[in-house]
Design a protein around this ligand. Sequence first.
Ligand SMILES: O=C(O)CCC(=O)C(=O)O
Length: 296
Amino acid sequence: MRASLIQIGVDQDEPVESRRKRASTLVRDTHHQTGADLIVLPELWNVGAFAFQAFAASAEPVDGPTAEVMSAAARDAGVWLHAGSIVERAPAAGGEEAAGEEAAGEGPAGGGSAARDDGAAGGDGTTLYNTSLLFDPSGTLVRTYRKIHRFGFDKGEAVLMGAGTEVVTASLPDTTIGLATCYDLRFPELFRLLIDAGAQLLVIPAGWPERRREHWTLLARARAVENQAYVLACGTAGTHAGVEQAGHSIVVDPWGEVLAEAGAGESVLTVDLDLNQVTTTRAQFPVLRDRVLDVR
Ligand SMILES: O=C(O)CCC(=O)C(=O)O
């Protein structure tokens, strides 16, 4: 399987609509140039993962404008497309409206005073989620994944968005992929649930800040080694809302070898994955078989 990760630049001076068009052109061009079977975009590339002030205004349903453009790009290219994530606006599961408009900065170190409220809401009785979209080569939306671990502690996404509650995998022709988003990378227990559900390829769109770039690459390798799975981690380039993005999208094989790593700027990473390597690694070095689950 050939996979391409599009590390798109997310800069605050580019309007969302322009980036949406650019992303769809990048998907088509990337497929044309690489013949990839799977293309991956990063987290919240349309609005910016740290552009908290813009979340509510740019929120959309899973069949909204971003999905429409991405569905067409997947269909035209005939490619599996993990279109990164959007700010999803969904009917509220209940709860108070969060005072999220005040949240700013980069979580703990940044500004913003909104208190965490697990009934995070987008106003008008709706809830916002950080939701990933997976399209098949006919352009059909086959999976959505609502980010489970929201970043920001008591600020930002953690107060503006609702939390996903479902572990999501998807069957592709020759493999099963597991979906996770950015901050989820810090929670190994989610990845164990994904591999228990059959995932062999872990796809992680992100908007990871430069100041913690070493964590990003280290954790991507750790998740690959401990789960004996491919990790495809796609970040963003550029600076938005004052947060410089790490870039450094990375593809790691089930033995922990880095197959490809981007620099900081906008770029496309393309790698050929030998899907048999998951099975052979797990058979030849069977650590997963040695898990002990019945201790406290
Ligand atoms: O965990 C981190 O350091 C970054 C997480 C993040 O930026 C996010 O989830 O949006």
